[in-house]
Every structure is written in C-alpha cells, then in structure tokens.
Design a protein around this ligand. Structure first.
Ligand code: HXC
Length: 513
C-alpha cells in the first residue's frame, strides 16, 4: 500500500514542482488540473498511470516520468460518460512518444467500443524528437482512429498550449476545436521555419493564435478567454450532443412555453428589402430561453450556425445573416455550413434552416477560388442529410441559393415561409435589367432609366417577391405568422421525431471536396 501511494504521488507530480510552477506562470493549468476541471468530481478513472517510455537515447534513460507525459482515462460530465486524454507539458514538453500514443489509442478504442464522446486536451511540443519514427508512427495510429471514430462518437479537441507540425492533424480530424486566447497556438510550420523558407517574419500569435483561427482560417470552432471558459464551452457543447451515432441527442427539461408568441417578430423584417437586420435576434427569440451556442462565431459571419433546444429537443440552426455581406453565400460560408449540416446529420440532430439569402457572392475572386465546387458542398450536405429538416424562408430566397438552403427539392420535410418571403430566380432590379435589356438601352436619360426600372420592378415584385407563387406550387408547405414561428417549429420537430429516411447503400459518397 505504501508503495502504491508513493508511486501515485510521484505520477501526480508529472515533470516535477519546478515545471508545474513554470506551467502556472504561463497562465496555464496542468494536465491533471484540466481533467479535474472538466470531469464531475470523483468520476475520473485513470488508465496507465504507471506507463513509462522505452527510450534510452539522448539521455532519456534519466528523464523517465510515470504516465509519460499524457493523462488518459474516462469520467463523467454532467453524469454522462466521456473518454479523454490530456497532454502533460511538464513532462518533456508533452511531446508524443510511442508509449504516449499507445495510451491515447487505448482510450480511443474503448470510447469507440462503449460509444462515448472522446475529448483530447492538447498541450505539446509535438513528436518526441528523441524517438524519431516511433513517435511519428504514434501520430499515425491516432489519426487512423480519429478517422474511424468520425461520425460514430463526437470528438472534441481542446488546444491549451502549443500544437505544432503534423500534430495539428488530430484536432483537425475531430468535430470541434476549442482554443483559448494567448496561450493556444496551432500551425503546421512554426515562425522559424516560415522565416527560413519564405523570409516572412511573423509571431506565433499572428500565425496560429486563437483569433487567427477563429476569424481567418476557421480551424477553431470556439474560443475561450481562458482555459476555464474553454472547459465550460466543451461542457455546454456536449449537452447538445448524443453519446454516439446510434443514440438520439439528449432531450432536456424545458420551462419555456412551446406556444410562446413573440409579437416583435411580426415587424422585425425592415420595410425596405435592402435594409439588413440581425438574424441572431430571431434565433434568440424562437429558441428555448433565448439560448444559442454559436459555432465558428467569428468566421464567415454571413452564415450563422450553432445549437439550440426547441422545447428541450437539441437542434442545429443554420441561418443566413443579412447583417454581413447581405447574407450572401460565399466559399467560406458554404464550407462552414456544410460541415455543420453533416455533423448534425451524422449525430441525429434535426436541422432548422432560416433563409434570407440574396444569392451567391459574385466576383472573380470567388469564381477563381472555386465557389462552384465549394458551394456544391452545402448543396450536397443538405441533399444527403436524412435528419428532420425544417426550413423557414424569412425574406429573400433567390436563385441557386434558394435551392441550396434546405429547399423542398432537397428533401426538406417542412418548409414554411413568412409573408415577407421573396422566392424568385433573382432580385427585382437584376431581373428587369436582364429581361428589359433592349428597352433600357434605348433610354439615354439616366433618370428616365431609373424610373423605367422602378416601374417594372414593382410589377415583378408584385408577381414574385412574395411567398404565394411558391405556396401555390407546393414548394412551401405553409405561410406562417412570424410571431408563431417557435410554436410551428416545435410542432414540426415533434411530428418528425419518428422520421425514417435513408440514402441508397454505398461505400461512401463522393462529396465535392
Ligand atoms: C522532446 C521536447 C519537445 C519535443 C519540447 N520538448 N518539445 N522534447 N520532443 N518535440 C521539451 C524541451 O526540451 C523542454 O525540456 C520542455 O519540453 C519544454 O520545452 P521548452 O522549449 O523549454 O518550452 P517553451 O519555451 O514553452 O517552448 C515550447 C515549444 C518548443 C514552442 C513547443 O519546445 C518547441 O518549439 N518544441 C519543438 C516543436 C517542434 O518542432 N516539434 C516537432 C513538430 S513536428 P526540459 O527538460 O527543459 O523541460 C511534429 C511531427 C508530427 O510534431 C508528425 C505527425 C504526422
């Protein structure tokens, strides 16, 4: 017993007091502190605490720590089982050794067998240099498991320190990445290599800090101000997710009345079609208790995605944002939403799509970067999804973008429109300029031209800028009063809760990547 207690104590100290102190000085918690913060008190069951590495080169025979730089095991979060690893930076910089990888793979395999979410807390100098190919192979084994687990159990990566080189690919293969301000860094090649190869001088923060990945690359889905906030985000996220792809998402108790009306929604759409508004006001209004966990909040802000509950039913929201780029679909927005739709579909989370989209973003930059292939991703994701799909067209639903945004033709289950909906091939002005091109060219006076366009646009608007044409042909199922949207969505979700739909058997689709 004495030996056991002493050995456990030794393992708990990781790389020793000094290095723990250094970790704290950087504003970072240790691996064990993080595990304790994340899991329910007393629920952690650790695996392989007594594992040590097997390397003697480069003085490693003297640097051999119990647990070998990674803490692994399982525990519960809000009473629900999760498996996890947390890299211990105090042991050889949390670098990944052969034995370290074996420990991680063991818990990943268990998580898959049991069907429980897997969480990785990354804080590491990457492959353990002294072990060469053995540590690289360790990464390979983890990557393979990440891919096999994809779509089977939810996988979440927290980046609470450095995550560099090929090591970034494990988080990249998982479903959600959480970073924290200032102490998280992710890059394939660090500032020194960048300088050597390209001559560019750039800091760690500017190359791979949380704000870069939140705004520019879209690599991270959530950013916490500090580790505590990062951990709370993981807990919140898990509350919307099922344990695995064979389970339904958790159904929580809801004290917000399902039939709550919100009169303000009846006048939320501005009189003028060109005036923007904040789509999030509508999401907050219709969701249970105004709660919305937004995913990739700062990236591709022209589309808003995230989780809400409707009468306790966990639901994915996809919504165009008129407040940013007029809510156009561009490459980043299409990729962002496609990934989210596929995640929800893989994990049986129904989708509610709120549409106000003037079309795809025009321009050579978008065309050259492949808006065709990338826009097709979102179209593909919606068409492939078999979860309940509810669509509400709030205002504009023009052209291809109308079809993409969970239209009836893409197996939308229930498609509603507000009376303010405009469903057409394009906006009135653009349409008149194409249709009456010859008449317009004959008018030289600019004022006269504008008057002509306005007059004819009014006729076009009368015919197409409303939901009645689409309703007449059955492309929408009903025109609803905006203030009643929450109730109609909840009733639709309840109706669709036993929905069964499937795609033809295949090895996998060939989604345009
Ligand atoms: C072995 C490592 C290590 C590594 C850090 N250490 N990285 N040991 N292998 N990869 C050790 C250090 O020697 C040191 O040991 C301790 O960890 C803390 O490191 P410091 O440098 O003192 O810490 P800090 O100043 O905070 O800098 C952290 C760092 C830096 C930015 C991560 O250590 C660093 O640049 N490391 C190398 C990063 C890297 O290039 N890794 C390979 C990436 S390629 P002591 O004994 O002093 O505590 C890769 C390929 C993966 O990972 C391929 C997958 C397919």
């Amino acid at each position: 017993m004495k030996r056991l207690i002493a050995e456990r104590e030794k393992a708990r100290l990781g790389g020793g007091e000094k290095r723990i102190e250094a970790q704290h000085k950087k504003g970072k918690f240790t691996a064990r502190e993080r595990v304790n913060m994340l899991l329910d008190e007393g629920s952690f069951e650790e695996y392989d605490m007594f594992v040590t590495h097997r390397t003697t080169d480069f003085g490693l025979d003297k640097e051999n720590f119990l647990s070998d730089g990674v803490i692994t095991g399982h525990g519960t979060i809000d009473g629900r089982l999760v498996y996890l690893f947390a890299q211990d930076f105090t042991v050889l910089g949390g670098s990944l050794s052969e034995t370290n990888a074996l420990k991680i793979c063991k818990v990943m395999d268990q998580a898959m067998k049991v069907g429980a979410p897997f969480i990785g807390i990354n804080d590491s100098g990457g492959a353990r240099i002294q072990e060469g190919v053995r540590s690289l192979a360790g990464y390979g084994s983890i990557f393979q498991r990440n891919v096999m687990a994809s779509g089977v159990i939810p996988q979440i990566s927290a980046i609470f320190g450095p995550c560099a080189g090929g090591a970034v690919y494990s988080p990249a293969l998982t479903d959600f990445v959480v970073m924290v301000e200032k102490t998280s860094h992710m890059f394939v090649t660090g500032p020194k290599v960048v300088k050597t190869v390209t001559g560019e001088s750039i800091s760690e923060e500017d190359l791979g800090g949380a704000s870069v990945h939140a705004t520019k690359s879209g690599v991270t889905h959530f950013v916490g101000e500090d580790e505590m906030e990062g951990i709370l985000l993981i807990k919140k996220l898990l509350s919307y997710l099922p344990q695995n792809n064979l389970e339904e998402p958790p159904q929580t108790f809801c004290n917000d009345p399902a039939d709550r009306l919100d009169d303000k929604l009846n006048s939320i759409i501005p009189e003028k079609p060109s005036i923007p508004y904040d789509i999030k006001d509508i999401i907050y209004s219709i969701a249970d208790n105004g709660e919305f966990l937004e995913v990739q909040r700062q990236y591709a802000r022209n589309i808003v995605v995230g989780f809400v509950t409707f009468n306790g039913i966990s639901t994915g929201i996809v919504a165009n944002q008129p407040n940013y780029l007029a809510g156009c679909l561009d490459i980043d927005a299409s990729r962002k939403a496609a990934r989210f739709v596929r995640f929800c579909d893989a994990f049986n989370i129904p989708l509610v799509t709120l549409v106000d989209v003037p079309g795809f973003l025009p321009g050579s930059a978008q065309e050259f970067d492949g808006i065709i292939t990338n826009g097709a991703k979102l179209l593909f994701a919606y068409a492939e999804a078999t979860v309940p799909k509810i669509t509400v067209i709030l205002r504009k639903a023009y052209g291809g973008a109308y079809i993409v945004m969970s239209s009836k033709m893409l197996r939308g289950d229930i498609n509603y429109a507000w009376p303010t909906a405009e469903i057409a091939v394009m906006g009135p002005i653009g349409a008149i300029e194409v249709l009456m091109n010859r008449d317009l060219n004959a008018i030289e006076d600019l004022e006269e031209r504008a008057k002509f366009v306005a007059e004819n646009a009014a006729e076009y608007r009368e015919k197409f800028a409303n939901p009645y044409q689409a309703a007449k042909f059955g492309y929408i199922d009903d025109i609803i009063e905006p203030r009643n949207t929450r109730f109609r969505i909840i009733r639709a979700l309840q109706t669709l809760s036993t929905k069964k739909d499937q795609n033809p058997p295949k090895k996998h689709s060939t989604i345009p990547l």
